[in-house]
Design a protein around this ligand. Structure first.
Ligand code: CO8
Length: 295
């Protein structure tokens, strides 16, 4: 079970709220359903500024996801935005306007996206409304992306004289291909959920009101499976974006071998042979870096 006294893991901060375990919103009402075992919900909480990602919010977000990542009771993390209008409308432009090349180089602000990217626990973005600039970059940093039918994605930085600076040029290109990414990055054009789905940017599109419930359902499905295998699958897919094919296959083989001898591998295969449901162990301690792991 989770440690009841850790405020970061269980309620977050003013800017980044945490519900752990998350509760699934009941369809058509404001009531909440039963707690979802193993699922944490992280909510970006600046709805009046369309959840613009200030440096303070990004710092809190990094602290929160890192705390959840080492909580053995957390096996999937959903990130969403407060309110219906936005996941996040980008980095806080008021703050960005004050920056210089030197201040940005010294800033910890960039690390918010990197800290989300670095967690080993599977992450899911639940996007309603605007996911623009750094908000789109944050959604793309997650492993899966559930878009409400009202979601709007884009990298509009060119319209304010800059370019994406939190991975947008790289992750958008990997997600939808260079020619399509170029058009979106060089025009700043916003796209709606259905186009984002056609381009392969999102996992699936759902009716707007069902966005969070759908993301939580996906998280609960993943959290019910063996956590070590889920982390290994995530690490292997992530390696595909960073390694040449031959290196990626070597990495996958190493992660595959590591599963053997784990309690979950033994239990999963024994349960199959005995024709009964498996009983999964708790999550193993997060693995430290090894020479075989990329980056
Ligand atoms: N930053 C700060 N405040 C914002 C932002 C933002 N990105 N987006 C919206 N807001 C605020 C508005 O200022 C407004 O506040 P107020 O009510 O006090 O005036 C409030 O949110 C509501 O916004 P609007 O009135 O503009 O609402 P509209 O429905 O008219 O428009 C839009 C919605 C289209 C989303 C519009 O707000 C908009 O264009 N926002 C900016 C989108 C944008 O350009 N995003 C990219 C920002 S740059 C970036 O993200 C770079 C990331 C990498 C940098 C890494 C640095 C560490």
């Amino acid at each position: 079970m989770t440690e009841a006294l850790d405020p970061i893991r269980h309620s977050g901060t003013d800017l980044v709220q945490v519900e752990c375990p998350a509760r699934r919103p009941a369809a058509g009402s404001h009531d909440t359903g039963a707690p979802l075992d193993g699922v944490a919900l992280v909510t970006l909480n600046r709805p009046r500024a369309l959840n613009a990602l200030s440096f303070a919010l990004l710092t809190d977000l990094g602290r929160v996801v890192e705390a959840l990542d080492v909580d053995p009771a957390v096996r999937a993390i959903v990130i969403t935005g407060a309110g219906r209008r936005a996941f996040a409308a980008g980095a806080d432009i008021g703050e960005l306007a004050e920056q210089t090349p030197d201040s940005l180089a010294a800033s910890e602000g960039f690390r918010g996206w990197d800290r989300v990217a670095a967690v080993e626990t599977p992450t899911i973005a639940a996007v309603r409304g605007y996911a623009l600039g750094g908000g789109c970059e944050l959604a793309m940093t997650c492993d899966m992306l559930i878009a409400g039918s009202d979601a709007v994605f884009g990298q509009p930085e060119i319209k304010i004289g800059i370019i994406p600076g939190a991975g947008g040029t790289q992750r958008l290109t990997r997600a939808i291909g260079a020619a399509r990414a170029m058009e979106l990055l060089l025009t700043g054009r916003q796209i709606r959920a259905d186009e984002a789905a056609r381009l392969g940017l999102v996992t699936k599109v759902v009716p707007a009101e069902e966005t969070l419930a759908s993301a939580l359902d996906l998280a609960a499905e993943i959290a019910a499976l063996p956590a070590g295998a889920a982390r290994a699958a995530k690490a292997a897919v992530r390696a595909a974006a960073e390694l040449p094919l031959a290196g990626g296959i070597v990495h996958e083989r190493m992660l595959f071998r590591e599963r053997f001898g784990t309690p979950d591998q033994a239990e999963g295969m024994r349960a199959f042979v005995e024709k009964r449901p498996p009983r999964w162990e708790g999550r193993p301690a997060p693995a430290g870096p090894t020479e075989d792991r990329p980056g």
